[in-house]
Design a protein around this ligand. Structure first.
Ligand code: GRG
Length: 298
């Protein structure tokens, strides 16, 4: 009981610090007002801010000042927000609401929403460069920029989204589903942990173990999201899990059933913690975050 209260305090404090810093990293002039408003509309709409929190937590686990990670934390939230804006467009998921508000294109129209996403994506790379003002060495900044592109771009999140689109309406195999989850969802979480590790001067072995940790919690995060979708639908529509409609989409629960999905979730978290335990860093906060990922509601 006490532990989860402490984690809640940690999450709230870090989310507030991130949200206070975010406006400082957006350009203050030279942006068409409607574009600026539309970018800010989605960026400041809340959300759990779990990706930035993973960066802060990794730095703290190495005994570093978490606030060194602020430029990367803001950049990753810009990229995450752009991906949500684009994902909600009629050409993709065609959603009307996000984070409790009308989606960006419902508010500003499709063309402006596209550009707001593009604006956030490009600003993210300038934002990462803000690390130089915190005294971070250029060679570390380069590593972080290169990895941001690798994990968010076509080899990462964008590639995962493409695979997801191509798999729509098909009965996917577990390996195909894992590929989609790994790239669409886990890769950005892996980036956050690796960025925190790079900024902390982690060695190669620690980076590999932390990548395993990130991959496992990333897959668990997506499975939990699918479970929350089912329970959301079930409670909204009175639809039993495993009914034709509920299993229309390829998801872990649709493919494996609830019991096996929960077993796999437990296994992913156990393997994540086992990798973390071998890093020699202070594991307390990252352990708590791994548990949070599978216990959270929305
Ligand atoms: C359009 C390039 C492109 C990528 C889209 C993020 C994404 C990839 C799609 C959104 C749909 C989805 C379910 C993605 C899986 C990742 C995920 C669970 C996103 C939601 O992230 P949260 O729960 O959202 O962290 P908040 O609102 O808390 O920030």
């Amino acid at each position: 009981m006490k532990e989860s209260f402490q984690l809640q305090d940690y999450l709230t404090e870090k989310k507030q610090r991130l949200e206070r810093a975010l406006p400082d990293y957006l350009p203050t002039s030279g942006v068409p007002p409607l574009l600026k408003e539309s970018m800010e509309y989605s960026l400041h709409a809340g959300g759990k801010r779990i990706r930035p929190i993973l960066i802060f937590a990794t730095l703290e686990s190495f005994g570093k000042d978490p606030m060194i990670g602020m430029p990367v934390a803001c950049a990753v939230e810009m990229i995450h927000t752009y991906s949500l804006i684009h994902d909600d467009l009629p050409a993709m998921d065609d959603d009307d609401f996000r984070r409790g508000k009308p989606t960006n294109h419902k508010q500003y129209g499709e063309a402006t929403a596209l550009l707001a996403g593009d604006g956030l994506l490009t600003e993210a790379f300038r934002t990462v460069c803000g690390l130089d003002q915190l005294g971070v060495e250029s060679k570390t900044i380069l590593k972080v920029v290169r990895e941001l592109s690798r994990y968010a771009g076509p080899q990462g999140m964008v590639g995962g989204q493409m695979a997801d689109l191509l798999g729509e309406g098909k009965q996917l195999q577990l390996a195909e589903l894992q590929y989609i989850h790994q790239h669409k969802t886990a890769d950005l979480l892996i980036f956050c942990i690796r960025a925190g590790a790079h900024l902390s001067g982690a060695n190669k072995e620690q980076l590999e173990l932390l990548t395993t940790f990130g991959r496992n919690i990333g897959l668990a995060f997506q499975i939990q999201d699918d479970l929350l979708d089912i329970f959301g639908e079930e409670s909204k529509l009175g639809k039993p899990v495993g009914s034709d409609e509920a299993s229309d989409k390829s998801t872990y629960p649709a493919l494996l059933g609830l019991e096996e999905t929960n077993r796999q979730l437990d296994q992913l978290i156990a393997e994540a913690k086992s990798a973390l335990n071998q890093t020699g860093i202070n594991v307390e906060i990252l352990h708590a975050l791994a548990d949070f990922i599978v216990q959270r509601d929305r």
